[in-house]
Ligand binder design. Sequence first.
Ligand code: ATP
Length: 474
Amino acid sequence: MTNKKTLTMDKIVSLCKRRGFVFPGSEIYGGMANSWDYGPYGTELKNNIAKTWWKTFVQKRDDMIGLDSAIITNPKVWVASGHVAGFNDPLVDCKKCKIRHRGDKLLEGKIGVEETTKIKLEEIGAKMNELKIPCPDCGAVDWTDARKFNLLFETQIGVLADAKNIAYLRGETAQGIFINFKNILNTMRPKIPFGIAQVGKAFRNEITPGNFIFRTREFEQMEIEYFIEPPKKEKDWRGPFENWQNEIKRFFKEDLGLSDENMRWRRHDDNERSFYSKDTYDVEYNFPSLGWGELHGFAYRTDYDLSQHIKHSGADLTYVDEKGNKYVPHCIEPSFGLTRTLLAVLAEVYMEETIKDTNGKEEVRTVMKFKPELAPIKIAVFPLVKNKPELVAKARETYESLKPFYMCEFDDNGNIGKRYRRQDEIGTPYCITVDYDTLEKGDVTVRDRDTMKQDRVKIEELKSYFADKGLTIC
Ligand code: ATP
């Protein structure tokens, strides 16, 4: 059976490349550090995670609305949000090899997050020297003082490179929600409490990207801003805050299959929490090779964001309730990283199992035990052999009959054993084999990925067989 303790990031990276989940970026040009392209199965998996998220948090709820805002916005948005002045990481240089690092992350590795948050920017370099934290690249202990490094990704608009033309690629999807608040009120007339959700790319000029797709400069987020009436008492915001916590816990566990033992909720203390937030958590996942790392950010942000945009834009972003009360709503923000969640799902479902082959010889099979809803391919269809036209034709016919309802794949390469191994690594829950008996009796073998048990099923009963198994049409 799998030993999760021996699962390394390298194994995941290798499977992702080998099986078409994630490829190194710009490979034919010698690569581009820390850039990744999603291959056919990675794209399916990412879309399935985003679809599940959308279904849970938008489609199934009456109090949620979707949005898709622009990546490049008026730069004033990022001044108002505080990102231009405050979206900084502490950058330290190793004096020996000149490579730059995030001082806070290296300190966190030595003394933990809570102690690190107590250290001021100007003390970081000295503290790293005092604690003898070695440079991860050359091993020297010789750090400069830390300086602020802004993470916003600058770009130029138009043909002339000029300070006036500077814009930013969005550093988070959330600001697109706040700047559309008035549009949503005017068009949708939602009643408070309600939320706005969006999924999309975000960009950050990270000092130390790495750990595969955990930290990249271009990534995807799934964010929600949930607006509530300004609370009179703590219980007024604590209630919806806790409801969201429960929903998020349920989503990670039941919809994505992430186990409790790999997840923890870490509350920010007063040093770490933003001054405007009343309560903030990082939901962390125990990633292979990396250990606990943030998967999700969850905060009650008061009325900070809307108030900032009111101040900077002059727009009226107030809400008027049925009794005529006018106010600036407060908001709760659940912020998910789509690409980081995909990494957590890959780590969670990666299994190595020792099994016996048909001759009784032991072998190790790698199998990705995705929840069927997330699996890139739901059903693979094989002819027993590729050189018998009647078998190939029957297998194709079976494949064509299922394709409109499920993401299917037809495979006639190599022998059956190899095809099973490949589908196990892709995480396909069911494989159908069309054999000689099929031609006589009209039934096929359906093999279950997890139990490896095989059932004989009539071709015309396949759809109801999969429906009974709970496989949803998609
Ligand atoms: P970190 O502490 O890891 O830098 P953060 O606290 O800056 O993360 P948030 O601003 O709260 O992250 O963003 C919300 C979510 O977006 C994170 O929980 C994470 O899942 C995702 N995310 C943030 N930065 C990156 C990145 N560089 N690469 C991939 N995902 C990211």
